[in-house]
Structure formats: C-alpha cells, structure tokens
Design a protein around this ligand. Structure first.
Ligand code: ADE
Ligand code: ZN
Length: 334
C-alpha cells in the first residue's frame, strides 16, 4: 500500500503555506532576521506541538509566522513545501496563504505574494508541479479588515484563483463574510471556506448558500446531518479533509473514529490533505498512510480519493484527464 500511495498522482487542495514551516527553517529564518525564538532547539519546538483544540494550535502557529519577514523568506517557505510535494507524488497543489498574519505585522502584501508566486513558478518549471494560490481571510478579524485585505490584494489578482476563510470557526460563522465573498466573486475569484471542522453542520450549509463556495475545507461535521450528506452527494461538492489535523486537534479522538471513508463510501467527493503538516506530523502521503493503518483503506478507496483530488481541483479538464489516465494505469477500475 505504501508504494502505491507514493506512486499515485495526487493533488493537494488544503494546505496552509504558513503551516508547512518546519522547525529547522523556523530557526534558520529567525537567525537570518535576528529574531529571538522562545525555544532553544528543534526538539523543544516539536515537543511543544501538543494541542487540545484548534485555538491551541492557532496561538502557536501565528506566533511562529513572525519569522517570515522578507520576499526571500516566503520564497524559501514555499519552495521547501514544493520539494515535499515532489517527494510525495503531488502533481498539483492549491495552497492557502493568510496575508493578514503578515500585514498585521507591517509586512507589505506584495512582499508575501511575490515570494510565494516566484517559488510556485519555479515549482512548475523545475519540478513539473502545477499550482493555483488561494488567499484566505482570517475569520477572527472583522469584515472590514477582510474588505481592506481584498482591496490591497486585487492589484495582484492574476496570482491567485480563489479566496478562502480560515482561523477560529467557533464564534465566526460564514455569514460574517457574506458581503466580502460576494465582492471577491464579483472580481472574478472563486470561493472556498473552512466549515464543519470544529463548528456545526449549519456552517457547511451557510458556506454553500451564502458564500457560494466550490469546495468545503474540512466539512467532517457533515455526518451530523443526513440531509446535508445527500446534498453533498447530489451536488458533487468536494470536501478537503485533513485526517492527521483532525486527530491532532481532537476533532476525532482517534484515527479509527475518523469518518472520511464512511463519507467516501456514501458517495461524497472527499479528498485527503495535510492542512499544516509541520505541526500535525506529516505531509499528504502520511495522511493517506494513516487511513490505511487505522481504517484498512482499500486500493479501490485509495484510487477514488486520488481521483477526487484531481477532479475537485481547479485544473482545466484536459490536464485533469492526463492525471486521471495515470491513476487508471496504476490501479484499474474494478
Ligand atoms: N489555519 C491553519 N490551519 C487551520 C485549520 N485547520 N483550521 C482553521 N484555520 C486554520
Ligand atoms: Zn486548514
């Protein structure tokens, strides 16, 4: 199974670039930018990654992002992630970045976008990995701040394909961002949103009906509402699920309790992703492997998950077809 997981072409559709900041690079950037870290070693940092919920993680994640200051830092962060994609057989990725995490510290949005997009372009040229970038709003901040972020980002519109919504779900429901998402759609951008990670199934309904999302990020709360599951099947709405994230953040007590394969078998278009791999114990293949180990994922399920990752992506049809043919050549349909 491990060999098949490695070999099968996959797209990654739920990855926060800031969440791919490995402790080693964190130290390197702290040194480069003369920043004092509250940790003495890489081991000490890793030992601090024990979380009891999403907010616990977010507090450390935003603090760690402080080492990212220059265009070169954002380039190095993105490039390191793309090398992990190459190692895992990820042929296409649609990563998120959180501009407000950086602009709130006085960093220009152009510095962030230029560093990231230069690395993504090199990833395409040198590694053959295609990508589309997604700008994500921090939902714990105000609607007004999201509007001003959108305004500052629009001069760079050619560099991102969609807007998303992340950070603390509890207390910050999708309806808070209905108007800013409408403005983003008006500007020609697609929309996605985190919903039903820690929050209720209602947040998934509202992300669909009020934010017009093409995909739901996480969405594991869908099983609380059978009508919602039927809707997702009927409308082929993708869920970008992150198994290791969900167990690290205690959405599920144990991987054996994860509902992704149940959703898959019901016909929901679920995909496997790594979310914040530097914090949650592994990149995309480690997430597939965790499903094989804890839930006895079959070859047919692996095949369908890889197909879903390609068809749920924003890639044009002819590029999807090329990747799907390769999947078929590795695991034939039963
Ligand atoms: N930002 C980074 N990772 C996140 C997650 N899993 N949920 C919400 N916001 C995030
Ligand atoms: Zn996420």
């Amino acid at each position: 199974m491990q060999q098949l997981i490695n070999a099968i072409p996959k797209a990654e559709l739920h990855l926060h670039l800031e969440g791919s900041l490995e402790p080693e690079l964190m130290f390197e950037l702290a040194k480069r930018n003369q920043i004092e870290l509250p940790f003495k070693s890489v081991e000490e940092i890793r030992a601090a990654y024990e979380f009891s919920n999403l907010q616990d993680f977010l507090d450390i994640y935003y603090q760690a992002a402080d080492v990212l200051r220059t265009e070169a830092d954002f380039y190095d962060l993105t490039w390191a992630y793309l090398l992990r994609c190459q190692a895992d057989g990820v042929v296409h990725t649609e990563p998120f970045f959180d501009p407000q995490t950086h602009t709130e510290r006085g960093i220009d949005i152009g510095t962030v976008i230029k560093g990231i997009t230069r690395a993504l372009k090199d990833g395409e040229l040198q590694l053959g990995i295609s990508s589309y970038l997604i700008l994500s709003f921090l939902r714990h901040l105000s609607e007004e701040e999201a509007f001003s972020t959108l305004r500052d980002a629009l001069p760079y519109k050619e560099h991102f394909i969609a807007v998303g919504l992340d950070s603390s779900e509890l207390g910050h429901p999708p309806e808070k961002f209905e108007r800013v998402f409408a403005a983003a759609r008006e500007a020609g951008l697609r929309t996605v949103a985190h919903a039903g990670e820690e929050g209720p199934a209602d947040n998934i309904w509202n992300a669909i009906s009020l934010l017009n999302v093409c995909r739901i990020d996480h969405g594991v709360a869908a099983t609380q509402d059978p009508q919602l599951v039927s809707y997702l099947v009927q409308h082929r709405t993708p869920l970008t699920v992150c198994p290791l994230s969900n167990t690290k953040l205690k959405v599920f007590a144990d991987m054996s309790e994860h509902n992704i394969l149940q959703l898959l078998d019901k016909g929901v278009r679920v995909t496997v992703n790594s979310d914040d791999p530097a914090y949650f114990g592994g990149y995309v293949n480690a997430n597939y492997q965790a499903l094989a180990d804890a839930l006895n994922m079959t070859d047919a399920q692996l095949r369908q998950l890889a197909i879903n990752s390609i068809t749920a992506s924003f890639l044009p049809g002819e590029q999807q077809a090329r990747h799907l043919a390769k999947i078929d050549s590795l695991i034939s349909p039963t």
